[in-house]
Design a binder for this molecule. Structure first.
Ligand code: FAD
Length: 807
């Protein structure tokens, strides 16, 4: 087919992601779609994938996406007439440790509540389902009958045929070598055979997506790693409907192919592929065998399936696949360029997920905003700093290695750190801070006493809990200092700054100078795009403070809503301002020791801010508390942060001042019923459902985005309702993500959990969904599925006080 000179939508890349996006765009009625592939369809990574297709994903929306993919793969051949190799053979996941089995039980409960059929099975039953297995050292497993396998190349060709049948043009052997833009929008692509004008571009360039993105200044942080499997000759007992089998403790998986086995895996120490740039001629190509790298997997496989000791290995396949800094794929519209979409970085799960991801992309492109909460995979979770290739190489090695590894609750990634640090990093480290990382920022999770041994990972009551409880007690009883400098801080200035914020925010923003207000930015569905506090610094100057992870997302959301004629300028000042929070009953007394300014409640009311002297510095003090109770947030110029910290530490000793970290902060805000974006608040939740109706100003004259949806929902029964859940048994320790049960039936899941010294038990926030939402009232008995055991708890529909929500 010859190259057209224009198309409404151009897709770059003819792997499974590009073909699925094309298929779904056409299914939704888009006819003017052009897919360009530099080689032949599937020639990149897709052709050599193993083809395992599973449906268990960590959250509801992602699971829905995978399930949809499976439904599609099961019927695609009937539609297009092209075989896909789809076989619903089911899958068996085995557990070689007690803890893995506990995690399976939790996953099974969640998956069931998401509608996936899954059975927790014994080791013996695993052996019956998969007779090649050695089971004597297994603790059991999971059986997921709906899982299956496909032939990746055939499946992709079938999707391409479905797209072509509805008018999509697919042109092979055309390399896209540039992106044409005008006023921050895509206007076309430059190809090896000439220019093509377009309105929308979709980067589905697989492992080339990062270098292709760079052509247009778009950051797609992914990096390739070598990825292996062996293919054996025929083995007795291996048949086409033999289930897929995964032994994550051995880091390996198996699939039947032509009467033999494909066995591959995710070795803990992976091997990044440092090819930069990746040549466009890398088509239907593989990398060299590396038996040393594969050996740990091979040894584990011989142990798990002894038949491999004697089986003839036909080949060791080594193909590069792209991995991302957090192991999740990359979807959505790039914040750098309008109408530039990305679907890439599938972390060795692109066959399983492209069916659903292609549909989400099509909905996103046509609908103009993400169709549901896709934050886990949203391209805006990455900051520009993540383009660094050395960091990406380190991270891709780590995320590949973690694919099957046991993931402990609150486990932190370790590579490419420390990177973004507050001016207090060394000070806090010297005082025992144990850091975690969010959006690249190092943040103290807790402070470990010098003599104590390091906390070991585990599923039960954590070693660090006593230290965190001490920080919580200081916050409630004396005073604690939290370094919250990682907050995103955005400055919006200009004659129209107020008008922009009024349109975007659901609360009244026309407040007095120096006052602050808690508000939400909503989408047209009334769901939270962000929640934030706004300080009015001047008549035309507003400081917007949001969660640490949301900088790019919130910048994007605000910037895209500033009209071309509007006089409003947005700047990310996150790294210019530190935030030190002094929380607790002694906070005011402490400030009085270092500041001559009057900070009494009569002088500085709640939600008000003021510039004050502090030691030799000038800072902005805000009377505000996220953790509940009295407290001040101090907004400090970065260069004076060390001075302010030392002045406070010096003056605070006799007042019981204690350094505290994010684990304490999180537990306290949960105890106080404060919601956090990304946990309780997201694009699928409305303020009514989240119990935050008090922060709405539905009648403000400017109106705001999402108001119409809220007016419609007002007074209607809630689709889901946020409740506080207090575990009845103080010996039970939960982490979040557990299924919530009412009358024995799953009705939701825990979004956040922390230890509450006040309750002497774990306290959680959770949405109760569907009809059950009407039945959850103060004191309702519920249960949570804790590692497979039902643990009793009590739900409260409003645990006062309520208020701010930032993390
Ligand atoms: C060994 C191995 C085993 C795997 N096993 C599984 C599995 O069992 N299950 C699973 O779900 N996933 C598996 N995967 C992962 C899966 O193969 C990938 O996630 C998936 O194929 C990615 O598809 P894609 O369309 O994003 O990328 P690709 O298939 O690489 O497609 C991108 C295309 O873009 C083209 N392109 C790039 N730049 C340009 C340009 N400038 N102009 C025009 N065209 C361009 C390339 O030529 C390429 O064809 C495995 C991967 C490997 C390596």
């Amino acid at each position: 087919m010859s190259l057209p000179t224009q198309a409404r939508i151009v897709i770059v890349g003819g792997g499974i992601a590009g073909c699925s996006t094309a298929y779904h765009l056409s299914l939704m009625g888009e006819r003017d779609v052009l897919l360009l592939e530099q080689g032949k369809l599937t020639c990149g990574t897709t052709w050599h994938a193993a083809g395992l297709v599973g449906q268990m994903r960590p959250n509801r929306n992602m699971t829905q996406m995978s399930r949809y993919g499976i439904e599609l793969y099961a019927k695609l051949e009937a539609e297009t007439g092209l075989a896909t190799g789809w076989k619903q053979c089911g899958s068996v996941n085995v557990a070689a440790t007690k803890e893995r089995m506990q995690v399976y039980a939790k996953q099974a409960a969640l998956a069931r509540s998401f509608g996936v059929e899954v059975e927790v099975i014994s080791a013996q039953r695993a052996g019956e389902l998969y007779p090649l297995l050695r089971t004597d050292d297994l603790h059991g497993g999971l059986w997921i009958p709906g899982d299956g396998k496909a032939n990746p190349a055939d499946l992709t060709m079938s999707l391409a045929k479905g797209a072509r049948n509805r008018g999509v043009k697919i042109v092979e052997d055309v390399e896209v070598i540039g992106v044409l833009t005008e006023r921050g929008r895509v206007t076309g692509v430059r190809t090896s055979q000439g220019d093509v004008a377009c309105e929308v571009l979709v980067n589905c360039a697989g492992q080339w997506a990062r270098q292709f993105g760079r052509l247009a200044g778009v950051n797609v942080p992914l990096y390739s790693a070598e990825h292996f499997y062996i293919v054996t000759d025929r083995i007795t007992g291996v048949h086409p409907m033999l289930p897929v089998m995964r032994d994550p403790d051995g880091f390996i998986y198996y699939k039947e192919e032509v009467g033999g086995l494909v066995m591959g895996g995710f070795e803990p120490k992976a091997k990044p592929w440092a090819m930069d740039p990746i040549p466009s001629t890398f088509q239907f190509q593989l990398l060299g065998e590396d038996w040393d790298q594969f050996e740990p997997l091979m040894l584990n496989a011989i142990h798990r399936t002894p038949c491999l000791e004697t089986a003839k290995v036909k080949m060791l396949l080594n193909g590069p696949e792209s991995f991302t800094p957090d192991g999740n794929f990359v979807l959505g519209e790039a914040p750098e360029l309008r109408n530039y979409f990305v679907a890439a970085g599938f972390n060795s799960a692109g066959i399983a997920n492209s069916g659903g991801a292609g549909r989400l992309m099509a909905e996103w492109i046509i609908g103009g905003e993400a169709p549901s909460d896709l934050w886990d995979v949203d391209i805006r979770r990455f900051g520009p700093f993540m383009a660094n290739r050395q960091a990406l190489a380190q991270r891709s090695g780590e995320t590949l290695g973690l694919h099957y590894a046991m993931r402990w609750p609150r486990q932190e990634l370790v590579t490419a750190r420390p990177l973004r640090t507050s001016p207090l990093y060394d000070q806090l480290a010297a005082r025992g801070a144990v850091f975690g990382a969010k959006n690249g920022w190092e943040r103290a999770n807790y402070f470990k006493p010098a003599a104590a041994a390091e906390a070991k990972p585990g599923l039960g009551r954590p070693d660090w809990l006593e230290w965190v409880i001490a920080e919580q007690r200081a916050t409630r009883e004396t005073v604690a200092l939290y370094d919250q400098s990682s907050f995103s801080k955005l400055l919006l200035q200009g004659r129209d700054a107020l008008a922009v914020l009024q349109r975007l925010c659901a609360n009244e923003i026309d407040i007095a100078v120096d006052k602050m207000v808690y508000t939400a930015m909503l989408n047209e569905r009334g769901g939270f795009e962000s929640d934030l506090t706004v300080i009015r610094l001047g008549v035309e100057r507003f400081l917007i403070i949001t969660g640490s992870a949301q900088t790019t997302r919130d910048m994007d959301w605000i910037a895209r809503h500033i009209g071309a004629a509007e006089h409003a300028f947005l700047t990310d000042v996150s790294a210019m301002v530190s935030v030190l929070s002094l929380m607790g009953p002694n906070a005011r007394e402490l400030l009085a020791r270092v500041s001559p300014d009057d900070l009494s409640p009569a002088s500085l009311k709640f939600s008000h801010t003021r510039e004050i002297d502090l030691g030799l510095a000038r800072v902005r003090a805000a009377r505000m508390s996220y953790v509940g109770g009295p407290g001040f947030e101090l907004y400090v110029p970065v260069e004076m942060t060390r001075h302010v910290y030392l002045a406070l530490m010096d003056a605070g000793e006799s007042l019981g001042l204690k350094n505290a970290g994010y684990y304490a902060l999180d537990a306290l805000r949960i105890e106080a019923g404060r919601r956090a974006w990304g946990a309780e608040l997201g694009p699928d939740e409305t303020p009514f459902e989240a119990g935050l109706g008090f922060a709405l100003k539905l009648d403000k004259p400017s109106g705001f985005i999402g108001r119409a949806a809220l007016l419609q929902a007002q007074g209607q029964p809630l689709r889901k309702k946020l409740v506080t859940v207090v575990l009845d048994n103080s010996a039970a320790y939960a982490w979040g993500g557990e299924a919530l049960l009412m009358d024995g039936r799953p009705v939701g899941e825990l979004s956040s959990v922390g230890w509450s010294p006040k309750a002497n038990a774990c306290v959680a926030l959770a949405y109760v969904r569907g009809d059950a939402a009407q039945r959850a009232h103060a004191g309702t008995p519920v249960a949570i599925d804790l590692w497979g055991e039902a643990v009793s708890a009590t739900a409260w529909d409003a645990w006062p006080p309520r208020g701010l929500t930032r993390s």
